[in-house]
Design a protein around this ligand. Structure first.
Ligand code: ADP
Length: 226
């Protein structure tokens, strides 16, 4: 069974007088634990597909089903709880809270959920990402790669089943980018998380087990990359 799938998914935007079909009738599914890259040229609809799949935006038509439940049946409050508890997000911008330390940023989603921090689990995540000695620092004292690793730890804090990553290495130099990518891969496999990663960079996409190519809002290729 797919952990998440969409059927006939379309997302339109009004651009002046014109309607832009950013996502055009896409049907696709993702299995638990798989690592899939979504690639294609700039403006092809990759980010929009990620946003609609992850319920950050509503579709114009079509359905998204998570764990057997159609997400359009959920109200906004239920969707935000689902996103907070089951989905992790990593973006090109690290979006850390500048006034909080690395550790405080990491556990923020757990705090927002009024849950108790699973210290053992968080420690494991921190060890895996190699950020033990960065926890007391404010984001401004960290490099881009370190900030992105804190952001990945934060995305993992609530033990998500899916990690959505949008150009996660886009602001990093080659070496830090490769490190962050291999860490994403590693944590995905260790925790059995589905990793759906949007990138325009073919070298990044080639690290995935499956590559979906999008052009003009449509899937033009979907292939295993083993
Ligand atoms: P990609 O991630 O592949 O670069 P996007 O999903 O960002 O592509 O954009 C796909 C298309 O939808 C583009 O033509 C873009 O201009 C348009 N688009 C995206 N977001 C919006 C928006 N909020 N309002 C209007 N048009 C948008």
């Amino acid at each position: 069974m797919n952990i998440i799938e969409c059927k006939d998914l379309t997302k339109e935007y009004l651009s002046g007088e014109n309607i832009v079909k950013a996502v055009d009738n896409v049907t696709v599914g993702f299995e638990q634990g798989e690592f899939c890259a979504v690639t294609g040229p700039s403006g092809s609809g990759k980010s929009t597909l990620l946003h609609v799949l992850s319920s950050l935006e509503n579709p114009t038509s079509g359905t998204v089903t998570y764990n057997g439940e159609v997400m359009s049946n959920y109200n906004d409050n239920q969707l935000s709880i689902l996103r907070r508890r089951r989905f992790g997000f990593v973006f090109q911008a690290y979006n850390l809270v500048q006034e909080l330390t690395g550790y405080e940023n990491i556990v923020l989603p757990v705090m927002l959920d009024r849950k108790k921090v699973d210290e053992k689990y968080i420690k494991r995540v921190i060890d895996m990402l190699g950020i033990e000695d960065r926890l007391e620092h404010l984001p401004s004292a960290l490099s881009g790669g370190q900030q992105q690793r804190i952001a990945i730890a934060r995305a993992l804090a609530n033990k998500p089943s899916i990690l959505f990553a949008d150009e996660p290495t886009g602001n990093l130099d080659g070496k830090s980018g490769r490190e962050v990518l291999s860490l994403l891969k590693y944590v995905g496999k260790e925790f059995g998380i589905t990793l759906i990663l949007v990138t325009h960079d073919l070298h990044v996409a080639e690290q995935a087990e499956r590559i979906i190519t999008i052009e003009d809002g449509r899937i033009v290729r979907d292939s295993k990359n083993l």
